[in-house]
Design a protein around this ligand. Structure first.
Ligand SMILES: *[C@@H]1O[C@H](CO)[C@@H](O)[C@H](O)[C@H]1NC(C)=O
Length: 208
């Protein structure tokens, strides 16, 4: 870690319904194996599909690594999707579905009193258009689905001042195979890190 100048924390989710090993966690482990280039330290973390555990992990893991650049990437599974979806926004309220513990926050919120929505500092539309022009199945979204992925994203954007990404990975189609998915995720995250390094060009303000 000492001579790495950037740290990226990549999370994937734990078991959920028929997915005893969640493909999002397999993708995170794949990214750990191939890395994000020699300057970047990659830490991976499995997050249970639980509101409380997710919040604990996001609150803690973002403060653990003190480095020049800290960026969190959350991988979540988009059931039924065959494309990679880059999420721009995390929403604070409207969480009504129970997690794997049968729990749902009473307030239906991530953070009581927090802004209604938070945006990543990364311009996800620009990243997705770049990859789509190169023929990749990557799309852009502003609605992360108000379940654990959206919840983790909002908490992470809140704690990391917008320095986070949520990428929904497909459960079907050719990109559902790790051999094809992981190198694409690597390229996507590297494009995001490049954007972080050139502030004024394509970035949107973090909160609006
Ligand atoms: C995480 O941080 C938020 C905002 O500071 C706080 O409201 C919440 O209680 C924390 N949750 C846990 C489980 O630490």
């Amino acid at each position: 870690i000492m001579n790495k100048s950037e740290t990226v924390v990549v999370t994937g989710f734990g078991p959920f319904r028929q997915f005893l090993t969640n493909p999002s966690w397999e993708a995170a482990q794949g990214l750990k194996l191939i890395g994000l280039g020699e300057k970047v330290a990659v830490h991976v973390k499995e997050v249970p599909v639980s509101y409380l555990k997710t919040q604990q992990i996001v609150n803690n893991s973002l403060c653990t690594y003190v480095c020049l650049l800290q960026f969190a990437v959350h991988l979540g599974l988009a059931r039924g999707s065959s494309v990679v979806i880059l999420e721009q926004t995390g929403k604070n309220s409207g969480y009504r579905d129970r997690d794997v513990c049968g729990f749902c926050p009473e307030s239906h919120c991530c953070i009581e009193g927090g802004p209604q929505k938070l945006d990543s500092v990364i311009n996800m539309r620009a990243v997705s258009e770049h990859f789509r022009r190169a023929g990749m199945d990557v799309i852009y979204s502003r609605d992360a689905g108000r379940y654990l992925c959206d919840f983790a994203y909002y908490c992470s954007l809140y704690h990391g001042q917008g320095r986070a990404a949520l990428i929904h990975v497909p459960s079907s189609g050719s990109l559902a195979s790790a051999d094809r998915l992981v190198p694409l995720l690597q390229a996507l995250i590297q494009a995001m890190l490049e954007q972080l390094e050139e502030p004024s060009k394509t970035r949107e303000p973090p909160f609006h």
